[in-house]
Design a protein around this ligand. Structure first.
Ligand code: 13P
Length: 241
């Protein structure tokens, strides 16, 4: 199981101290088969990666530019630069960025570029509340997968994170049976190799007891709760207890 912490636009150098607990936990037996990955803001990737030098915790970024090479793009970071400072993963297509105008074809370019730089991609998909109410979930997910992964033949370095927009930061999670069916639907889109599918949206140390019963989920993309080491560790512990 993968437990991926998306810190969004939170954290500064003083946050590094809070990682000691998680590093200790990552070396204990209690972590079981869990794999921890942190995606802090760009400004902290380098320091996190140094901090994690002697443990198994992975590190990733929350976005990247669609060009895999250097160029005149003020304010942006390409996947090569991320790789260079120790990132192994990158989140692409998060709904908070889709909302700001990132469309499927831009996301497709970003994924290709990240794969070229040998980063593993956490590709986010999910429907909005209106789309859910209009019963368009499957249509939206199909479109996002088809266009986002256009001309990408090998999906072995791609994780799909199903994050219903209405579940992010709201404390609401999908009904267990709906989530089971949606994850199955996503996996069935892939004929040959099924990708790992993560769930994201209000995952907490309280609702993990229910989420863990959904047996086709391969891990979680965790926002708010991941910024608190105790809560993050609790989520992992409860997944295996
Ligand atoms: P929350 O866990 O805060 O709902 O955020 C989920 C998310 O957007 C992770 O990418």
């Amino acid at each position: 199981m993968y437990f991926i912490a998306n810190w969004k636009m939170y954290g500064n150098l003083s946050s590094l101290n809070s990682l000691d607990k998680v590093i200790k936990f990552s070396k204990s037996k209690e972590i079981n088969k869990g794999r921890l990955i942190y995606c802090p803001p760009y400004t902290l990737i380098s320091s996190f990666s140094k901090k994690f030098q002697n443990c198994q915790i992975g590190i990733g970024a929350q976005n990247c530019h669609e060009n895999d090479d250097y160029g005149p793009h003020t304010g942006f970071i390409n996947p090569r630069m991320l790789k260079n400072i120790g990132a192994q993963f990158v989140i692409i297509g998060h709904s908070e960025n889709r909302k700001k105008g990132e469309n499927d074809s831009l996301i497709n370019l970003k994924i290709k570029s990240a794969l070229k730089a040998k980063l593993k991609v956490i590709f986010c998909i999910g429907e909005t509340l209106i789309e859910k109410k209009r019963k368009k979930t499957r249509l939206i997910l199909s479109r996002q997968i088809k266009n986002g992964l256009k001309n990408i033949k090998n999906n072995s370095n791609i994780f799909i994170a199903y994050e219903p927009v209405w579940a992010i930061g709201t404390g609401i999670i999908p009904k267990s049976n709906d989530l089971l069916k949606t994850v199955e639907f996503i996996k069935n889109k892939f004929k040959k190799k099924k990708p790992r599918v993560l769930y994201g949206g209000s995952v907490s140390s309280e609702n993990i007891k229910n989420l863990k019963k959904i047996n086709n989920i391969d891990g979680y993309l965790i926002g708010g709760a991941s910024q608190n080491s105790k809560k993050f560790i609790d989520i992992v512990k409860k997944t295996y207890s």
